[in-house]
Write a protein that binds this ligand. Structure first.
Ligand code: SF4
Ligand code: SF4
Length: 392
């Protein structure tokens, strides 16, 4: 196992982190015995960072039970379900529950789960989030405080610049260099001395299977290397990535990742390998319908349309032939934001268009988004989901 140093606290973290969300399941629950074998084998082989979340049903309880005998030698990361936080006392409530689920007195890396915008983050700050986190750090119950992020690069930079975070976690892979926090966000965070954990190095498994034309590009440079290996090697090639989460559910996946994590050094990819990834990326990304980079120069829209978010879900995973997810669109455009920002709210005023560096005909593309992703039930369903989340 290769280790990388967290320059903020001097700790050495295994460059492969275990994402526990995908621990194996059987019937309606977890396959606890296989999960135990996986986690123990990972620990034996040097993995020392394990990620879970309050929001993953039953996961903290299982992980807490299985990791308890190894607690002193590993780091546990878990996350505050911010979408459920309605008042200041909820910070304590969910944190305490995580401690109990995980059978531990402290959390090594505690994250706000899935920040997407600066405004959403400030809402929690106004509730006293940062004072609460500082108190828990003084009490020793939180050792490192950070957030996981799924918005655009502009929002990411604002959140990073607003507070002296201990770390953050971003989605990063060779398709997302200009989406989500992107390369610019990664470099900005690291410039500020902030450790960055990487999640979704294979885009939730999408980069583990690539179109034949992309595989041919790969095979011409290193025959026999799997797409997953290309994807992981690409992320580890970045010295800025402190540790890379992989959600593993089988012993074969784990062993393949352990082998890679013992040899994939930062900066090790040769020029022809990097060229192959760029070429394969172009093949894979032919499915991207709107070339939006998520820069947010077009915001705010007077009608409240969440323009880059709409394009992000319209593009789906950006892989040719894949279908965008209507439910994800509904959640991120209507249920999660403080105000809905559906594409159909666009009145075609044109105010955004001159700000777009990609020269996207935004109103026209938003019409396509509406046609494909909205239905008569989208807005009422988002309202109901929002009320449910508020506990009304
Ligand atoms: S054209 Fe549509 S998306 Fe753009 S600013 Fe006007 S209402 Fe908003
Ligand atoms: S539509 Fe254009 S301006 Fe708006 S986020 Fe996308 S690329 Fe940036």
């Amino acid at each position: 196992m290769l280790y990388r140093e967290n320059r903020k606290n001097g700790q050495l973290l295994s460059q492969l982190a275990f994402g526990c969300m995908r621990l194996p399941r059987r019937g309606g629950g977890f396959d606890a015995e296989t999960a135990r074998n996986l986690l123990e084998h990972a620990i034996d082989q040097g993995v020392n960072y394990f990620d879970t979340a309050w929001m993953y049903p039953g996961n903290e309880v299982l992980v807490g039970k299985l990791l308890k005998p190894h607690r002193a030698q590993i780091n546990i990361a878990t996350k505050l379900p911010i979408s459920l936080v309605k008042r200041a006392s909820d910070f304590d409530k969910y944190f305490q529950q995580s401690l109990e689920h995980l059978q531990t007195e402290y959390i090594d890396y505690y994250l706000l789960h899935m920040l997407t915008s600066f405004d959403a983050y400030r809402r929690f700050v106004d509730m006293g989030l940062l004072e609460w986190a500082e108190r828990e750090k003084e009490r020793g119950r939180i050792r490192n405080f950070g957030f996981s992020f799924h918005g655009g690069p502009g929002q990411f930079k604002r959140i990073i610049d607003d507070y002296d975070w201990d770390f953050c976690m971003i989605q990063y892979n060779y398709l997302d260099t200009e989406r989500q926090a992107g390369t610019a966000g990664l470099l900005h965070a690291v410039d500020k001395g902030m450790p960055v954990m990487v999640m979704e190095p294979l885009r939730g498994g999408k980069l583990a299977k690539v179109p034949p034309a992309a595989q041919q590009v790969f095979d011409a440079v290193v025959p026999g290397r799997t797409p997953a290996e290309w994807g992981l090697r690409w992320v580890w090639n970045h010295p800025e990535a402190l540790t890379v989460l992989s959600g593993m559910s089988t012993i074969d996946q784990l062993n393949a990742n352990l082998q890679l994590a013992s040899e994939a050094q930062a900066g090790a990819l040769a020029a022809d390998e990097l060229r192959a990834i760029a070429e394969a990326r172009a093949v894979i990304a032919e499915g991207i319908r709107v070339p939006c980079t998520g820069c947010e120069y077009c915001l705010p829209c007077p009608q409240g349309v969440l323009i880059p978010t709409a394009f992000s879900y319209y593009n789906g995973d950006g892989i040719k032939g894949s279908k965008p997810d209507r439910l994800l669109y509904l959640a991120y455009m209507g249920a999660f934001p403080s105000k809905p920002g559906f594409a159909s709210q666009c009145t075609a005023c044109g105010a955004c268009v001159r700000h777009c560096p990609q020269n996207i005909d935004i109103p026209r593309e938003l019409e396509s988004v509406t046609r494909e992703l909205e239905r008569f039930w989208s807005k009422p369903a988002a309202r109901i989901a929002k009320r449910f989340m508020k506990g009304e």
